[in-house]
Design a binder for this molecule. Structure first.
Ligand code: HMG
Ligand code: MG
Length: 297
């Protein structure tokens, strides 16, 4: 196995978007800085979606304007349309992510459009962002199953992935939005997608709703995937996907990868401190198992 794995930390965005507790901008900024201090180099910091849909991330501009900039750290944020890009441009952000679903009904409930209506909207975002010198990442949600439609065909997933890559995104993160995937399916789907698009164009984004998260990471690793999204403490969930719970926890995935002799560049103790900080902010225990074993408080 090639021994370097890139972790894309999505806790400050996917983790917090569903959080009911009001979290101050300073706590969000401190969380991001702690994540960076642990060695993470890719952090999805917030989201420029409609604040009426996701009130928790309404302070996106302030968060990005307050985090310290490091030459080797990439901050990213979700951008659903040109209005979102306009807001992102009020910050120094150099990377954004566009997102859509492989299932019609989840796409409609999440971004209020059909799949066909979404392509041109994202196309203009990718073009405008690229013209400004930004890198753009893509997400395909419900790639292993949909809360409304059940099974989603691999053909549908590949179609959306292909369209996003054609628009010019540098990588597509394949999302198990509601954590229904199982390792055999994950390995088969990634093997097929890698055959079509190449492993360097794909990432795995697993929610741990049914406890399959780490097994699915292992299966995707075996298929050849080397970039994974994860969330500090296992925070997270999509508010427009009933039953969606947190992402795989960054602490747990780092523990597993290091145990397999793979490099992440992350210092697990510092990462656990970031998880402990977030538990103090939220006033509750987070789902990460490694956090629960390693924390000092
Ligand atoms: P819409 O209501 O159809 O938008 O929402 P619209 O274009 O008709 O505009 C309506 C109003 O919203 C207008 O204001 C716009 O200016 C405003 P008004 O004229 O009524 O005063 N507006 C905005 N304001 C601020 N920022 C914006 C923006 N856009 C419009 N960007 C929209 C369409 C896509 C915006 C909405 O559906 C939305 O924000 N959806 C986002 C939902 C979301 O964030 N879901 C979670 C993220 S996805 C996820 O978690 C999955 C992932 O993790 C992968 C996985 O797990 O599978 C990525
Ligand atoms: Mg997600």
């Amino acid at each position: 196995m090639k021994d370097q794995v890139t972790l894309f930390e999505v806790g400050p965005r996917d983790g917090l978007q569903n959080e009911k507790t009001v979290i101050s901008t300073s706590d969000k900024v401190e969380l991001i800085e702690r994540l960076v201090r642990s060695g993470l180099r890719k952090v999805e910091a917030t989201s420029f979606v409609n604040p009426k849909w996701i009130p928790q991330l309404a302070d996106a501009v302030e968060v990005l304007n307050r985090v310290r900039i490091h030459d080797d750290v990439v901050y990213s944020a979700l951008v659903p349309n040109l209005k979102g890009l306009e807001r992102a441009c009020k910050t120094g952000i150099k990377e954004i992510a566009v997102f859509m679903s492989a299932s019609e009904s989840h796409n409609k409930s999440n971004i209020n459009k059909s799949i066909a209506e979404t392509f041109p909207v994202l196309q203009e975002v990718v073009e405008a962002a690229t013209d400004k010198g930004m890198d753009v990442r893509g997400y395909v949600s419900t790639a292993f199953g949909c809360p409304y439609e059940g099974e989603i065909s691999l053909t549908a997933v590949a179609h959306v992935t292909e369209q996003l890559l054609k628009m010019g995104v540098y990588e597509v993160s394949i999302g198990d939005t509601i954590g229904v995937g199982t390792p055999k399916q994950v390995k088969e789907r990634f093997t097929s997608l890698i055959g079509q698009f190449g492993s360097d164009k794909l990432a795995g984004h697993f929610h741990d709703t049914r406890g399959m998260g780490l097994a699915n990471v292992y299966a995707a690793l075996e298929a050849g995937i080397r970039t994974f999204d994860s969330s500090i403490g296992g925070l997270g969930g999509c508010p427009y996907a009933p039953g969606a719970s947190g992402n795989i926890s960054t602490e747990d995935v780092v523990y597993m990868l290091h145990g397999m002799g793979l490099n992440t560049g992350v210092d697990l103790e510092k990462l656990v401190e970031a998880g402990e900080f977030m538990e103090r902010v939220l006033g509750r225990e987070l789902p990460s198992r490694v956090l629960q074993v390693m924390k000092k408080t």
